[in-house]
Ligand binder design. Structure first.
Ligand SMILES: [Zn+2]
Length: 515
């Protein structure tokens, strides 16, 4: 079975054929760190995380680059408005982005270049385009890309060349512009007083200034894949649909004109928007929900991932409290199974559980290989969990094949609730008791957090057995012992127990930048 991906270049789902078999370079346009990334931005980053995770799970040697845009119109304007340097303005937002990314379980990229750290390769690229006569310096001192000199311009966004208005009289220097404004775009913007005031100006052979947003991604991507693998074509380039034009169109033009290759990325992938109550989430419309809003509301990252993966990345999705509630339930079902499995894992597979695991693998792989069909992959996971629960209900164990199937799903989707709250169901406790689990763990918690969690779960199982034996004094003593080690035990319906670390940390950074 091969991986097939939708390529915006051809508007088709095609087999993924990387430059070198078994290797996959992936460039994803990162956030502009002038403000907090919102949950709509994170929908894109999560689709890209799923892509990265699936490539890795499929055995590819993946090289993932995600930039941080720290110099563009918006970061400069925001720093100038506050009267601070560019660096002072963006640094806290870069830190906040990483916290939110980690909270949402998005794997950190292998390379996370910041635009201001790659000014030299940008100057080199622009100089190359000037030397080839594809770029020119205008009266305003800025350097522009001449789209008339690049016949393939408009291929990605299917822009009709008759609509183009090329020429020195039609230029755009803004980093973002509309399709009807397709015109020569700025590669290097001559430094103005505002740029100098915030420290966003650099010397170049063609004058002091700063890079345009589009050239930043081209230069960073080319520099990093050259260093890594000595190539100048990406396997996959991804972003949100609003980047198709002009950003990605311009990236292709600059990169291909510079390298002389007829492609900059073999596959272009674009994720659809996330709406909020039917409106596109945008800072412009003021209907923003950030990852930290969700954290402060106590949302679980597993539930957020579950919600977003329940819709295909190329379909529009509307965020609502009801959708999050449903996702929380789905995620909780998976979490309850995970905890049950942890206490009832067997050493061998019986034919039935091995068959369930094999069916899951086939369905899960087929779904993700079909242009990352995450909703179907989630469906396959819930089927697996239903079958697993049924077999556990019959008092059976689930062997290594079943455990590996669960681990694959958890590795690729990561939609189970945070392990912070662990649930031991009455069934799981009964199985544990049969197994002789009320073997008492040591009185002192082990230092490693994962061991400490297992320790706490074990004590919780012992306490449940003591309560059933009506040994309430000992049950209370265990509750206090766990409390002293930072764990709270809560009795739940139908004999289930939750084990929760006290003071569940919301590790938001301490110095939060003002809105
Ligand atoms: Zn980009």
């Amino acid at each position: 079975m091969t991986l097939r991906l939708h390529n915006t270049l051809t508007r088709q789902i095609e087999p993924f054929v990387p430059l070198t078999p078994g290797r996959a370079s992936l460039y994803t346009c990162g956030p502009t760190i002038y403000n907090y990334a919102h949950i709509g931005n994170f929908r894109t980053f999560l689709f890209e995380d799923l892509l990265r995770r699936w490539l890795e799970a499929s055995g590819y040697d993946a090289f993932h680059i995600m930039n941080l845009t720290d110099v563009d119109n918006r970061t400069i304007a925001a720093a100038a408005a506050k009267g601070v340097s560019l660096r002072q303005h963006v640094d806290p937002f870069a830190q906040a982005f990483e916290e939110d990314r980690d909270w949402l379980r998005i794997r950190p990229p292998h390379a996370q270049p910041r635009a201001t750290e790659y000014i030299a390769p940008m100057i080199q690229l622009i100089q190359g385009l000037l030397d080839r006569g594809i770029a020119y310096q205008a009266d305003d001192g800025s350097v522009y890309f001449s789209i008339a000199r690049f016949p393939a311009y408009g291929r990605l966004s299917r822009l009709d060349r008759r609509e183009l208005r090329p020429g020195a009289s039609q230029r755009v220097s803004d980093d973002e512009y509309a399709k009807e404004d397709a015109a020569d775009f700025a590669l290097w913007k001559a430094a103005g007083p505002e740029d100098e005031a915030v420290g966003a100006a650099w010397d170049a052979p063609f004058g002091r200034g700063r890079p345009g947003w589009h050239v930043e991604c081209s230069a960073m991507a080319l520099e990093l894949i050259r260093r890594k693998w000595g190539v100048d074509v990406l396997d996959i380039h991804a972003g949100a649909v609003d980047l198709i034009f002009p950003h990605h169109e311009d990236e292709i033009a600059q990169s291909c004109a510079y390298t002389g290759k007829d492609e900059f990325a073999r596959v272009w992938m674009h994720g659809e928007f996330l709406g909020l109550e039917g409106t596109k989430m945008s800072k412009r419309y003021g209907n923003i929900l950030t990852a930290r809003d969700l954290r402060e509301q106590g949302a679980d990252p597993g539930a957020v991932r579950h919600l977003l993966f329940n819709t295909h990345y190329r379909q529009k999705l509307d965020w609502s409290d009801a959708a999050l509630g449903a996702a929380r339930e789905g995620s909780a079902r998976l979490g309850a199974f995970r905890d049950r499995l942890a206490l009832a894992a067997g050493r061998e597979d019986d034919p039935e559980s091995a068959a369930a695991a094999a069916r899951f693998r086939a369905a899960f792989t087929a779904a993700l290989n079909d242009d990352l069909n995450a909703p179907e992959a989630l469906g396959a996971l819930h089927v697996l969990v239903r079958e697993g629960n049924r077999q556990l209900d019959e008092g059976r164990r689930l062997g290594p094949a079943f455990q590996a199937a669960w681990a694959l799903a958890d590795d690729v989707l990561a939609v189970a609730p945070s392990a912070r709250v662990r649930t031991l169901t009455a069934d799981a406790l009964a199985v544990a008791e049969e197994d002789g689990i009320p073997v008492r763990p040591p009185e002192v918690a082990p230092p490693d957090p994962a061991d400490a969690e297992a320790w706490a779960l074990r004590w919780a199982a012992v306490r449940a057995a003591e309560k059933r034996g009506r040994n309430f004094a000992e049950a209370d003593r265990i509750r206090d012992l766990l409390r002293e080690s930072g764990w709270e035990i809560r009795d739940r319906r139908e004999g289930a127990i939750e084990v929760v670390p006290r003071n569940s940390p919301l590790t938001l950074s301490e110095h939060r930048p003002p809105h």
